[in-house]
Design a protein around this ligand. Structure first.
Ligand code: PHE
Length: 500
């Protein structure tokens, strides 16, 4: 079995950009910024970017490229006993995929509702009551919501199809098609946003710094969380994508391009979104703070309101916004599935088709959970725990493994420098060994302390135990169990390491 490869260098860069640019950029970022000190948030954001995001991005690139495998394979190459960490990260991606697809399903429905603004005047009640049919509390399941199930099923079918076609004909092809259209649509939306009445008010809300926020540890925590999520690091995604690169590939250059384009996309798209918020606030004669909502509310409640108020071409802008979510999200969903697919192929010697069927089949089943009327509560709890602990804790272990247990950072640095034109300096091993683990550890300890003091979101303790802590435990145990099995495909030609 020969290892799959990208078609071109740009194909890889587009696929990696497609992974990075997603709901995290368009949905999560604007509300995270607003809730965490607005303009002042850029400080912790950049700190997180340079102390963890970009260094770990390079780490993943070099690991995948040097050892030519998905996460579990790569980690057990670093140290025999560490395979489970790769399973952990790949399973976390698999769990995120299960609800990521559901949110994309909502975006598909809303693309349709955009025609003639079918959500009506009261967009909040439409979203929660008419569309999701949310029940009165966690644990009240309330039957399947068909309006959600159907679009979610359509998207799953598409995802199966693209992933069956493989890295080059599927993932690369979808990214080449979707990413340029996405960028063009976001540019149009941003220009239109900036020219709306009241845009300045929105921009003030985006940029006016609240420096007091910088003294709050949770603002820093949120910055790290955002950076991991948006760059897709800590999920083995970038390891897997880099493993499909040919021997001679400029890793440093690609890394900088992907990080820079992802973050500027996020930054500029938010200018459009905040301008539109300023417009809505002006129309309603209120402050911007009164129209801002939490992550999902922003896209599915506030944005429809903005579309209602638009001076013209309402349906068109609605469609453009929700199709942007779909395109951005779809190429990310693909990259949430691929680490697991590649991992089970290698471990169990499966064909690509079989691996896709198993992984996506299981994730699709899991996503049924959120298609129930009471599913929104589960989605919220799972998202919170997986993001705050699943990713960050595994990222600490990852840098400890590379920097201390296997002591491979220096040779990985040489590997990057051998294949790249731009050289990675001595800063990189230092950051990976000291700065990243220390800053992440400080952040997790604070988070756990907070969790002790109160139950997340005021949910009943049992639900947090099952869908939060319980899920995390299952993920870790599953990884340890899989580690006990032998590798099916070892040794095989595609495992040849790239000489370094
Ligand atoms: N980066 C994607 C986003 O911003 C999410 C993602 C995370 C995708 C991890 C793949 C792996 O939405």
């Amino acid at each position: 079995m020969k290892r799959e490869q990208w078609g071109t260098k740009y194909g890889f860069i587009l696929a990696a950009m497609g992974s990075a640019i997603g709901l995290g950029n368009l949905v999560r970022y604007p509300s995270v910024v607003y809730e965490n000190g607005a303009g002042a948030f850029l400080i912790p954001y950049f700190v997180a970017l340079f102390t963890a995001g970009i260094p770990i991005l390079f780490l993943e690139y070099s690991l995948g490229h040097k050892y030519r495998g998905a996460g579990p394979w790569v980690y057990q190459k670093l140290s025999k006993k560490w395979e489970w960490l790769g399973w952990w990260q790949s399973i976390v991606a698999f769990v995120i995929l299960s609800y990521y697809m559901v949110i994309l399903g909502w975006a598909l429905s809303y693309t349709y509702y955009s025609f003639g603004a079918q959500w009506g005047e009261d967009t909040e009640s439409f979203f929660f009551n008419d569309y999701l049919g949310v029940t009165e509390g966690v644990g009240v399941l309330g039957g399947i919501q068909w309006k959600v199930l159907i679009p979610v099923a359509i998207l799953w079918a598409l995802l199966f199809w693209v992933l069956h076609r493989g890295a080059k004909r599927g993932i690369e092809w979808a990214s080449k098609f979707m990413i340029p259209i996405l960028v063009a649509m976001i540019v149009l939306i941003t220009i239109r946003g900036l020219t709306l009445e009241g845009a300045v008010k929105g921009l003030e809300a985006y940029f006016t710094p609240d420096f007091a926020a910088l003294s709050k540890p949770e603002v820093w925590i949120n910055a790290y969380g955002q950076v991991f999520f948006t760059l897709s690091v800590g999920f083995c995604t970038m390891i897997t994508y880099a493993s499909y690169l040919p021997k001679r590939s400029d890793l440093a250059n690609s890394g900088f391009i992907v990080a820079l384009s992802n973050c500027s996309f996020e930054f500029f798209a938010a200018i459009g979104i905040f301008s539109a918020l300023g417009f809505l606030a002006t129309q309603q004669g209120v402050e911007v703070g009164e129209v801002v909502a939490g992550t999902l509310g922003m896209s599915f409640v506030v944005f429809p309101q903005i579309i209602n108020q638009f001076p013209g071409l309402n349906s068109l802008f609605g469609v453009m916004f929700f199709v942007s979510l779909l395109f951005a999200g779809f190429t990310s969903a693909v990259s949430l599935a691929e680490p697991g697919i590649a991992a089970i192929r290698e471990k169990f010697g499966l064909s690509r088709k079989a691996a896709v069927n198993w992984l996506c089949g299981a994730s699709a089943l899991l996503s049924l959970l959120y298609v129930f009327k009471g599913g929104l509560y589960f989605l919220d709890i799972v998202d919170y725990f997986i993001n705050n602990y699943g990713i960050v804790v595994s990222a600490i272990l990852m840098v400890v493994l590379a920097g201390w247990v296997s002591k491979q950072v220096d040779s990985l640095q040489n590997h990057i420098n051998d294949v790249s034109i731009v050289r990675i300096g001595a800063w990189w091993p230092i950051v990976i060994r000291f700065i990243t683990p220390l800053s992440l550890a400080a952040m997790v300890l604070w988070n756990i302390y907070k969790e002790w003091m109160m139950t997340y979101g005021g949910y009943p303790q049992w639900s947090v135990n099952v869908f939060g802590w319980g899920l995390l435990a299952v993920v870790i145990i599953a990884g340890a169990l899989i580690q006990q099995r032998r590798w099916a495909t070892e040794p095989s030609p595609h495992r040849e390491e790239v000489s370094s």
